[in-house]
Every structure is written in structure tokens, then in C-alpha cells.
Design a binder for this molecule. Structure first.
Ligand code: FMN
Length: 142
């Protein structure tokens, strides 16, 4: 069975000081790494002041269950599925959840994608977001 890749985009609903927001992100990443590792899901997460972008890769059923849970989470909203399709190979196989950007160093480029998509699902935009995430992971100090 081939792996699947899911890409979504959502509105960041975290509030608080920068330090509080970062702490909440760390919590999300800790939980994600623990859970994803158990079900063979890998991926990458990006956030800015306004948006989250996430790629999940792995067995279809595991991704579906994980995404169901993620969609219920009130720390974000307006979750827009951009892509869910089979892939020949994973791009993030080393990371149960790579963190690839934050409001503090990448908001300009990511917000530009936000304005362009306007939460409107489209294959082309999904690919653009995915390329963006992959570029960031490749250049990230992980
Ligand atoms: C932007 C965002 C991304 C998330 N990504 C994941 C993820 O990749 N895997 C995961 O298990 N939970 C993720 N979560 C957390 C889930 O929504 C949920 O809180 C968590 O899975 C519950 O796990 P627990 O029952 O072990 O506490 C994410 C939450 C947010 C807001």
C-alpha cells in the first residue's frame, strides 16, 4: 500500500504573548511527534501569526484519524484541505513532525501564500505550499 500525503491550511487561533504562543506551539509539536510516531505518520508544520500550514504523510487510515483529531482542535480554525493523494515517496520521512517556520522569522513569505489562497482549495496552491514547506525543511537547522 502506498503512502498518502495530506496538506492543509488553517487560521491560527492561538493567543497570548510571543512566549505563550511559542509554548503552545511546542506543546502541539510534542503531542504531534509522540502520536505520529506511534502510527507511522511523518510531516511538517509551519505557522505564522495568522496561519498554520501542515503536511502529513503516511498510511491513509492513520492520516485520516489524525486529521479528524486535528480538525476538532480549537487552537486553529477554518481548516482547508488542499491535497490528499497517494505519493510515491515521503518527503519528510525523518521527521515525525518537523517545525519549519514561525511568525518570527517567516511571516512575510507565508502570509503571501495566505493572501493568494484565501482558504480556497486548489491543487496548484497545495503544491506551492508543499514546495514551500519542503524548501524550508531542507534549509532548516533541525
Ligand atoms: C496546527 C495543529 C497541528 C497539529 N498536528 C498534529 C499532528 O500532526 N498529530 C497529532 O497527533 N496531533 C496534532 N495536533 C494536536 C491535535 O489537534 C490533538 O490535540 C492531539 O492529537 C491530541 O492528542 P492527545 O490525545 O495525545 O493529547 C495538532 C494541532 C494543531 C492546532
Amino acid at each position: 500500500m502506498s503512502d498518502y500525503r495530506l496538506v492543509y491550511y488553517s487560521a491560527n487561533r492561538l493567543s497570548g504573548s510571543d512566549a505563550e504562543v511559542l509554548q503552545q506551539i511546542e506543546q502541539i509539536l510534542d503531542t504531534s511527534r509522540r502520536n505520529n510516531n506511534l502510527v507511522d505518520v511523518t510531516g511538517a508544520l509551519m505557522f505564522t501569526k495568522n496561519y498554520f500550514g501542515q503536511v502529513l504523510e503516511g498510511p491513509r487510515a492513520a492520516i485520516e484519524v489524525t486529521f479528524e483529531r486535528i480538525q476538532q482542535d480549537t487552537r486553529h480554525g477554518d481548516v482547508a484541505l488542499l491535497e490528499f493523494s497517494p505519493i510515491a515517496a515521503r518527503s519528510f520521512d525523518s521527521w515525525s513532525m518537523a517545525f519549519v517556520g514561525s511568525a518570527y522569522n517567516d511571516s512575510a513569505s507565508f502570509d503571501k501564500i495566505g493572501r493568494m489562497t484565501g482558504f480556497d482549495p486548489s491543487k496548484q496552491r497545495a503544491e506551492e505550499l508543499f514546495e514551500k514547506l519542503r524548501d524550508l525543511v531542507q534549509n532548516a537547522k533541525l
